[in-house]
Design a protein around this ligand. Structure first.
Ligand code: NAD
Length: 510
């Protein structure tokens, strides 16, 4: 019996979420897929998967809106962003309820996600300042030269399930503030917050067609990548897909930034404040059920004494974790996103055991009363993990923390620098020299010192190194302004009208 039948719901009765094209919600036609409530394990709605017709309407709408939007003064675009920010705050409860009902994360965590997205909108409100060009007076005799930053045209964003409001907001506020039109292809697992944000943008005064949401899957993504009218693609998701999107998109002549997966290490030095480090590790490893690209999934303990202390304290704290539906804000952790994700975590735990790691806390047999079909797993802790094990090499994307024991800082850093991912990392220490050496030499894009989740603020930019990012520019912050614009440089001279000039055949020098 399917989960639908057991709940007495006919598949045909379920609402189908469509798209948002040209300032209107548009029903989807043709293919669709299920959206689950991860806490109950039930299908709650369906979402349309765009076909070529819906795609064509979306591109037409974005293309038609571009000429007027790119000529709209940046200050006017900023005013719309101000109103959008206010509307996001007014509708915060509704947005967070949607996030929790489709993603599963605890409501407070959804509020944190929304807050970080709003910070990017606030940064985009300063677009007039950010787009100011550069001017060189007297670049040559009577010659002035300046650069300006023009929008690209239609830009697409393809986003993952784990931050259905924040990651889209890493992209579209700055893309549209820079004068582009935008097509968002959100994750098909939790598509509703994107549609709500599109409605709020319209309410804020954004002209029709500037922001569109096209729901879909790989087929939709391929349409985006193959269409020459789309100038640039921002992608966030897993590394194999990021790599393929970067290759296909750049082969098709597009500008692409593709952020991928992660395996983030925290180093705990012998001089660290162990209690505070353990508190920070708890939030960073088990918050959002470990489904964060900046989650700490490896704790590298320097010296046996620190390792023993960290493991004992973590063990006690993990056993106290409150796991249940995200709507109950007393819970620390909600469910995983899908049944497949749950099976994947179970499979990694078996692999860890087979490969010789010590399972200190096993979260597999957790039952949440009243939510027996939900996709729940408890916090898991492995000790004695080594670099060759799949639980160490692979991104598990669940609440599984691995302890690796090393003898000194250099061994810890060598481990991190050799890992294929380089998204985030941190060191817990009280020593400035250690912190400086670590931040200077670690091969990772975002680094914390006594900060377990060093997610850059909106005025910086976010991105990883190695196979955590394909492309040159990070998302949001100053890098996003560069990514979503093209530099144009003018050189101008107004010679005196009464002066006859001779032809010069040497290359002009100033
Ligand atoms: P995913 O790669 O499965 O999906 C991401 C997007 O790509 C979705 O919109 C999906 O519809 C689309 N997609 C899926 N398969 C595709 C295919 N074969 N071809 C084209 N498009 C495809 O990722 P996910 O499971 O939704 O999200 C989790 C992953 O995202 C994790 O690996 C996590 O580390 C990563 N992530 C990275 C960052 C970062 O900043 N580096 C941030 C958030 C999430």
């Amino acid at each position: 019996m399917s989960s639908l039948e057991s709940a007495g719901i006919e598949a045909a009765d379920l609402p189908v979420l469509g798209h948002y094209i040209d300032g209107k919600e548009v029903p989807g036609e043709g293919r669709s897929c299920d959206v689950f409530d991860p806490a109950t394990g039930q299908v709650s709605k369906k979402v349309a998967l765009a076909d070529a017709d819906s795609f064509e309407r979306t591109v037409y709408s974005a293309q038609s809106a571009f000429p007027a939007w790119r000529h709209t003064p940046p200050q006017k675009r900023a005013q719309i962003m101000f109103r959008f920010k206010q509307l996001l705050e007014e509708h915060a409860d509704e947005i967070c309820q949607l996030i929790t009902s489709e993603h599963g994360k605890v409501l407070d965590d959804a509020r944190g996600e929304l807050g970080r997205g709003i910070e990017v909108v606030e940064y985009a409100c300063g677009i007039s300042e950010l787009l100011k060009g550069e001017f060189s007076k007297n670049a040559g005799p009577d010659i002035d030269s300046w650069s300006e930053f023009q929008p690209l045209g239609i830009v697409a964003g393809i986003t993952p399930f784990n931050f259905p409001a924040m990651v889209p907001m890493w992209m579209f506020p700055l893309a549209i503030a820079c004068g582009n039109t935008f097509i968002l292809k959100p994750s098909e697992r939790d598509p509703s917050p994107a549609i709500l944000m599109a409605k709020l943008l319209s309410e804020a005064g954004l002209p029709d067609g500037v922001f569109n949401v096209l729901n879909g899957d790989k087929e939709t993504v391929d349409l985006i990548l193959n269409d020459e009218r789309i100038q640039a693609v921002s992608f966030v998701g897993s590394t194999p897909i990021a790599e393929s999107i970067y290759q296909k998109g750049t082969d098709a002549g597009k500008r692409v930034q593709a952020l991928g997966g992660a395996k983030n290490h925290a180093v705990i030095m012998p001089d660290a404040d162990v209690d505070n480090a353990v508190s920070a590790l708890m939030g960073a490893a088990y918050g959002s059920c470990g489904e964060r690209c900046m989650a700490i999934s490896v704790a590298v303990c320097v010296g046996e004494e620190v390792a023993d202390k960290v493991v004992t304290r973590l063990e006690n704290r993990i056993k106290e974790l409150k796991v249940g539906p995200g709507t109950d804000t007393s819970n620390d952790m909600g469910p995983l996103i899908t049944k497949e994700a749950l099976q994947r975590i179970h499979s990694y735990i078996e692999q860890g055991l087979e490969q010789g790691a010590e399972l200190v806390v096993d979260g597999r047999n957790l039952l949440v009363s009243g939510y027996e079909n939900g996709f729940f797993v408890g916090g898991c802790l492995f000790d004695e993990v080594t670099a060759g094990m799949s639980i160490y090499t692979d991104e598990i994307f669940g609440p599984v923390l691995c302890i690796v024991r090393v003898k000194d800082l250099d061994e810890a850093m060598m481990l991190i620098n050799r890992h294929e991912y380089g998204n985030g990392t941190c060191v817990f220490t009280r020593d400035g020299e250690t912190a400086r050496y670590f931040t200077d030499n670690i091969q990772v894009g975002m680094v914390g010192v006594n900060v377990a989740l060093p997610v850059p603020v909106a005025s910086q930019s976010f991105g990883g190194w190695k196979r955590s990012l394909f492309g040159d520019l990070y998302v949001y912050g100053p890098d996003a302004v560069r990514f979503y614009t093209r530099r144009k440089t003018m050189t101008q001279r107004w010679p005196a009208s009464n002066k006859t000039e001779k032809a010069k055949f040497s290359f002009p020098a100033s």
